[in-house]
Write a protein that binds this ligand. Structure first.
Ligand SMILES: *[C@@H]1O[C@H](CO)[C@@H](O)[C@H](O)[C@H]1NC(C)=O
Ligand SMILES: *[C@@H]1O[C@H](CO)[C@@H](O)[C@H](O)[C@H]1NC(C)=O
Ligand SMILES: *[C@@H]1O[C@H](CO)[C@@H](O)[C@H](O)[C@H]1NC(C)=O
Ligand SMILES: *[C@@H]1O[C@H](CO)[C@@H](O)[C@H](O)[C@H]1NC(C)=O
Ligand SMILES: *[C@@H]1O[C@H](CO)[C@@H](O)[C@H](O)[C@H]1NC(C)=O
Length: 273
């Protein structure tokens, strides 16, 4: 966008199947409030050839992120070396985007965009605004953030953060990038770098761990607290359906409840951390 802001989503071959996550994601943007124009501001970062090809076919904005040493003619398994290399390659890439002076919202593909999030983001010197699985009232307190949706402002502090994050790759075997960032936070890296990091409220930026209780305020719904792709797809479809049905007049009703989550998603939020 004019103000050097964009949305970044990672695309892999599992997401681009017919009737899978990419379709739902685009459907949410297409049917949300003031979100359709945002499709033109999403950079889809494909991590394999099939995802890249599908992205091009749909005439989206596509970037082919090649990871050296990862052979994409083979299956890449979760937490395998190839998977980890790809994950760190992604962190390096995002740091590059910041270095070029672009701020961005990073979104996982299993986040449904029901409303335009930009109006709800804070502009009070926040460097990083992170979604969280569960929100504990204090936005600067000990929230357990989730790297599936966050906004990062491009500046020297956030560039330094991503540099440090990436530099940890060799000493973080068996950890997900989100866990590494949590660890950095616990070790005081945010304070040391002078970062203002805010946790976003689940009333607005919600997920299956903690659904927004207010249809008038909900902006995003993330299929967190849910491991299986099949379950995510089932439950996100019913979220979109409920949104369409109950928000069709533009007269959202605060008392409307979400449909029950039918997949095998976990709901015990006490168990998540
Ligand atoms: C950038 O511009 C877009 C489009 O006008 C606006 O919605 C958004 O709030 C702006 N972003 C920031 C971070 O100011
Ligand atoms: C970082 O700091 C330098 C010098 O202080 C400045 O020129 C540059 O624009 C800053 N970069 C970003 C991304 O803010
Ligand atoms: C991490 O390991 C790679 C090779 O495995 C090496 O090239 C790189 O310099 C190492 N980085 C750090 C920060 O130690
Ligand atoms: C939408 O309008 C119709 C007709 O007025 C009404 O029956 C329905 O309940 C409304 N839906 C919502 C979500 O308000
Ligand atoms: C909102 O929904 C509740 C429950 O379905 C219904 O009783 C109530 O009349 C609705 N209010 C409005 C303003 O539509």
């Amino acid at each position: 966008m004019e103000n050097r802001t964009l949305v970044i989503a990672i695309l892999n071959k599992a997401y681009v199947e017919q009737n899978a996550m990419l379709d739902l994601f685009l459907q949410s943007l297409g049917g949300g409030e003031d979100t359709e124009f945002l499709i033109d501001h999403v950079l889809f970062v494909a991590v394999d050839q099939r995802a890249f090809n599908r992205c091009r076919t749909l005439e989206l904005h596509c970037y082919n992120l090649v990871t050296e040493g990862v052979d994409f003619s083979r299956e890449v398994f979760y937490m395998s070396d190839a998977f980890n290399n790809m994950m760190w390659r992604r962190t390096l890439f995002l740091g590059d985007v910041l270095r070029r002076g672009y701020s961005f919202i990073f979104t996982d593909m299993d986040v449904m965009w029901l409303r335009n999030p930009f109006s709800q983001l804070y502009r009070d010197g926040e460097d990083l605004q992170m979604s969280s699985d569960c929100y504990y009232r204090n936005p600067f307190g000990n929230s357990f953030f989730n790297t599936g949706f966050y906004f990062v402002t491009a500046n020297n502090k956030t560039v330094a953060l991503f540099d440090e994050w990436y530099a940890r790759r060799n000493n973080s075997k068996g950890m997900k990038d989100q866990d590494v960032l949590q660890k950095m936070k616990r070790e005081g890296a945010f304070t040391r770098l002078g970062l203002k990091v805010r946790a976003l409220e689940t009333t607005y930026f919600s997920g299956f761990c903690q659904m927004s209780q207010d249809f008038r305020k909900v902006i995003t719904v993330h299929a967190n607290c849910c491991a299986s792709m099949k379950a995510k797809l089932i439950d996100l479809r019913s979220v979109l359906e409920a949104w369409k049905v109950n928000n069709s007049n533009g007269t959202s009703n605060a008392t409307i409840a979400w449909p029950p989550i039918k997949g095998i998603c976990l709901h015990d939020t006490t168990n998540k951390h």
